[in-house]
Design a protein. Structure first.
Length: 373
């Protein structure tokens, strides 16, 4: 008597939860989005095994490449829970290209990673349309990416995002410079709100205050809580590159730049300063968006904790030569920015801070108080 088992039905990849056809359809759908981000040097076609970029065609003579990668943290969870996916891709691009530009670099190209348990092509296309929008803002070509459908790895409609960007700066124009000096001026550029850091705390406070995502935001009249908190991170690339060009590039009036992300002013400013110098910041020199006042009150969060958790209204800081700070302010204003004089560079105090990636560095010295409303 035969003991051979009867043949089992054929099982396809789709039966296991991965839809190759849906993935291919998504690639076709996003090709026009990628082409809309084309810039000199980029290969506009998707579908190859790698993306190409021609530095010579982009106008560089002796370039140094700069690379970054990042995500958007748990801000992504708000987009997923509310079904509002249109701008989270802008956040993803912003978190990468704002880091590139602080080196004085032009963002050249961007790649994204979209991972989910079951691919919803409509959601994915909406997310990637936001990525393309961010790339256009930064004049950065979307030249490739990866869509990963992984059943069992993600719950329900959850997905995750990561971004990768490469930029270039001519040798000798890299920031920060070694000649940052006592008296240099700190110029702040306003943030649009919380940007993409601190959202685990934000979401906890929204829950504790029993706010509904669809309810009117107590800190932003006319918008729902979700709409306000999903306001995308500002992309500072165009303004910074214009100011650099107008004031002599990396050898001119601008000596350093700091993107104010996780760690706030307290940890990000020391990252671009020599160890013997300190940033003196006048906290009364700007009015933070009202969301920061609400967060401070809802969580009984002290000023020092606010300053090391959130951007508190300043998303980018420029360190400018004192005698030429007016030129930098004028160049930024000419491209629609609202530059704010927020402080200066002084000799170190001996008080140290554990700045991100730098170990012991001079602590930021604050005067005045945040005007939290």
């Amino acid at each position: 008597m035969s003991t051979m088992k009867s043949p089992t039905p054929s099982i396809t990849y789709a039966d296991a939860g991965v839809d190759i056809d849906a993935g291919n359809a998504l690639v076709e759908a996003i090709k026009p989005l990628a082409k809309s981000t084309h810039r000199a040097g980029a290969n506009p076609d998707l579908g190859g095994f790698g993306g190409l970029f021609d530095l010579k065609q982009a106008g560089f003579v002796d370039p140094i490449l700069v690379s970054t990668n990042d995500g958007v943290g748990t801000k992504l969870k708000i987009a997923i829970d509310t079904g509002q996916h249109g701008t989270i891709g802008i956040d993803l691009v912003a978190m990468c290209v704002n880091d590139l530009v602080v080196a004085g670099a032009q963002p050249l190209f961007f790649l994204d990673y979209f991972a989910t348990g079951k691919l919803d092509p409509k959601v994915a296309e909406t997310v990637i349309s936001g990525i393309a929008a961010g790339c256009r803002m930064a004049n950065c070509a979307l030249i490739g990416g990866e869509t990963a459908e992984m059943p069992g790895m993600y719950h329900g409609t959850d997905y995750d995002l990561a971004g990768f960007s490469v930029g270039a700066v001519e040798r000798g124009e890299i920031l920060p410079r070694a000649d940052v000096a006592v008296g240099d001026v700190l110029i702040g550029l306003p943030s649009s709100g919380v940007h993409s850091n601190g959202y685990s705390l934000v979401r906890r406070l929204v829950g504790e205050q029993q706010l509904s995502w669809e309810g009117v935001a107590p800190f932003d009249t006319g918008k729902t809580v979700a709409q306000s908190l999903l306001e995308p991170t500002r992309i500072y690339v165009a303004a910074i590159l214009a100011a650099l060009k107008a004031t002599g590039g990396g050898r001119g009036a601008i000596r350093a730049l700091a993107h104010i992300t996780g760690g706030g002013l307290s940890e990000n400013l020391p990252r671009v300063l020599p160890g013997h110098l300190a940033a003196h910041v006048d906290l009364a020199s700007w009015q933070p968006p009202s969301v920061f006042g609400w967060l401070a009150k809802a969580g009984s969060i002290g000023q020092s904790e606010m300053l090391r958790t959130f951007n508190c209204g300043i998303g980018m800081v420029i360190v400018a030569e004192e005698a030429r700070a007016g030129e930098v302010v004028a160049a930024l204003a000419a491209v629609g920015e609202t530059p704010l004089l927020i402080g200066h560079i002084a000799a170190g105090t001996g008080n140290k801070s554990a700045a991100k990636g730098k170990g012991e560095a001079e602590a930021v010295v604050y005067s005045g108080a945040l005007r939290l409303a």
